[in-house]
Design a protein around this ligand. Structure first.
Ligand code: G3H
Ligand code: PYR
Length: 212
């Protein structure tokens, strides 16, 4: 089954940046997401890298008006099912496997799979996926590398993530094959632990204003 491009583009085009979040304490998820939404970043990715990530997704989905909460670091079918049950509105993976794409076929909640090479992109295009995460963006070659994929693999459009910052984001966003970027700089683990909601809101506002 092909990717639902319209559905995933609603997430990718909601703002220039998707914050990637590692939430240790689910009680902090709601005020964190409220700060992000107030700052102008409605689409947020809570990674399944902590024991309470599903609880955090559920809380944001239930309580934060205007948020489009997704699950990141979804690696297999069990995690896909669990994230959807928790209320995730989109699913992100650092890569892609046949099994994960088969799991996505069972759900209407869309998948944004990761790719870092021409062959990985071609594999995903073959499976009907044209909206992809470019991960890890800076480490794999950065904006110039991604630009060089834009002509031969023109159907693929990306959300570069990994090492992206406020300063580096415009270089990606001006590329013809980039719809948004992802990153943890807006709300990193320290800011969440310290409940720095005003700082998160301020960085979200700066990110929401980035032009390509
Ligand atoms: O694992 C990395 C996340 O996808 C975000 O990367 P970052 O911390 O480099 O922004
Ligand atoms: C890095 C990434 O894409 C993820 O954790 O979902």
């Amino acid at each position: 089954m092909a990717q639902d491009i319209e559905k995933i583009e609603k997430v990718m085009c909601a703002a220039p940046v998707i914050p990637v979040l590692v939430v240790e304490d689910p009680k902090k998820a709601v005020p964190m997401a409220e700060a992000l939404v107030r700052g102008g970043l409605p689409a947020i990715e809570i990674t399944l890298r902590t024991p309470h990530a599903l609880e955090a997704i559920n809380a944001v989905n239930e309580h934060v008006e205007g948020a489009i909460v997704g699950a990141g670091t979804v690696l297999d079918d069990r995690q896909y099912d669990a994230a959807v049950s928790a209320g995730a509105r989109f699913i992100v993976s650092p890569g892609a496997t046949e099994a994960l794409l088969d799991a996505a076929d069972q759900h209407s909640v869309p998948l944004l799979p990761g790719a870092a090479t021409a062959s990985e992109v071609m594999f995903l295009l073959e499976r009907g996926y044209q909206r992809l995460k470019f991960f890890p963006a800076e480490q794999a070659g950065g904006a110039s590398y991604l630009k060089s994929l834009s002509s031969p693999l023109a159907a693929a459009k990306f959300c570069p993530t990994g090492g992206v910052s406020l300063d580096k984001a415009p270089d990606y966003l001006k590329l013809p094959n980039v719809l948004c970027v992802g990153g943890s700089w807006i709300a990193d683990a320290k800011a969440i632990a310290e409940e720095d909601w005003s700082g998160i809101e301020e960085r979200a506002r700066a990110a929401a204003g980035i032009k390509g």
